[in-house]
Write a protein that binds this ligand. Sequence first.
Ligand SMILES: *Cc1c(COP(=O)(O)O)cnc(C)c1O
Length: 454
Amino acid sequence: MTDQFIGGPTLPQERRLVTEIPGPRSRALSERRTSAVASGVGVTLPVYVTAAGGGVIRDVDDNLLIDLGSGIAVTTVGNAAPRVVDAVTEQVAAFTHTCFMVTPYEGYVAVAEKLNALTPGDHEKRTALFNTGAEAVENAVKIARHATGKQAVVVFDHAYHGRTNLTMAMTAKNMPYKDGFGPFAGEVYRAPMSYPFRDGLSGPDAAARAIEVIEKQVGAKNLACVVIEPIQGEGGFVVPAEGFLPAVADWCRANDVLFVADEVQAGVARTGAMFASDHEGVVPDLVTTAKGVAGGLPLAAVTGRAEVMDAVHTGGLGGTYGGNPAACAAALAVLETIEADDLVSRAREIEKRMLSRLEALQQRDPRIGDVRGRGAMIAIELVEPGTTTPDAGLAARVAAQAHQQGVVVLTCGTFGNVLRFLPPLSMPDHLLDEALDILDGVFAEAAPTDGGTA
Ligand SMILES: *Cc1c(COP(=O)(O)O)cnc(C)c1O
């Protein structure tokens, strides 16, 4: 067997560039892609992958790149993580699918038990499994509407909840997610988010502002649920000011409105806690999980209060593939890995390492307006020095330069001016440090957008 098939942590843990990025084989594949794949599906960095694991991704030209993206916060335990590979291999050799709604299997039940135990709060819970984050969010709304007998849904500025019809309505940003895809689902209302860098409000003040909008424009008696990312993902890794989430959750409880935490990106050890809601002791009525939960196999979940979840009639929830046995085996292996390797602590170590380096960089470079995030979910927001005016051009140039040097980074944010870092928790320190060294160098060389002096 050639090295072609070696992935996971057995891949050499080094950055190694043997061609320009992308190399000739990747460029050839890009040409095939252009004539075969719909152009609406975008690509951030067109290197074609043959293996990944630890902290690296290997491409078809034999380059090794440092992975600060985790496939958008998915391979939290590492790519091709050994326990995941073993569990999935064993499962697919036994059976690949029966449909849980036809003839069920233990893996689904075991994942539900685990998520019921790990999500915030020690009340009685139930879980239903789906395939994608968007599907989990849609089902959380279905359940909340059914349980409350109410219809309205409140979401926030900068929110991202997915690309299906209902979740497009819930997502804030027009381009590229919504433009031309309407009409969107009704009864979705938007409230102002706490965004400390931009609004300067305390958590309680930002919550009061949001609650006033909700009361005046929607009314608690019409409102089924408030859906919020406890740390926003695509919207810019916005960490709400302390006190914002508890105040919104308290208002919901006092007004018979369900509080739904969309933990699809921030959940499952990513932020240095099992769930991002845990940082402020917030106990949501419903929690959605997906990205990090199954190591790259498609799995998503809604977990919540037993009486809310069980309000739905039998047969009202489900789907052909939801809780597929291979994905359930992967999820059990992911949760076991997080516990056995204490990856929650590892996420906190990564936070310390990244924040100290990025804050030092911010001291030297006034174009970095804000450094924020928790655990291995860290971002820098780029602005014109001394202002909050977004500099999306700089973010794009820095990302492109990092890609050229073999570091996979992603951008995000309503204004496109946020660089986000989502290393897998299997990232070795020496690669994380090297990636940060490269970023330092890219910032030192990146010309100011307006051509003036930075
Ligand atoms: C990615 C994401 C979704 C959508 O998940 P998909 O699996 O892409 O459908 C929903 N909510 C949040 C917070 C996300 O980050």
